[in-house]
Ligand binder design. Structure first.
Ligand SMILES: [Zn+2]
Length: 102
């Protein structure tokens, strides 16, 4: 399978938040950080993912699941739902138990 399992924002977001570990982009060697479950996996920075068309260049309502970047599955899901991102975000938040029904 081409590409990484996680696309990370540059900097130490995951380290600062306790969500993960520091590493570097497998392509450009930029300093990045990723959630713990991606330790030992291939991780790219968000820029390399955008440049290669693996991360859609869109603003996601409510942000990504992780503060430090986007998973391969989430990026693919965003691409598949590019025309209905508001509904997609509501379904995502409901699935993660982040949406409180009133
Ligand atoms: Zn990179």
């Amino acid at each position: 399978m081409f590409g990484p399992e996680f696309f990370a924002l540059s900097g130490a977001h995951a380290v600062d938040s306790g969500e993960g570990f520091g590493c570097e982009c497998a392509i450009c060697r930029r300093a990045i950080s990723a959630p713990h479950r991606f330790q030992g996996r291939v991780v790219w920075c968000l820029y390399c993912g955008l440049e290669r068309g693996l991360v859609p260049p869109v603003e996601v309502p409510g942000g990504f699941e992780f503060t430090s970047g986007v998973t391969r599955e989430e990026a693919a899901s965003i691409t598949a739902n590019a025309t209905r991102l508001d509904e997609w975000a509501i379904e995502r938040d409901r699935a993660h138990g982040r949406l409180i029904e009133i």
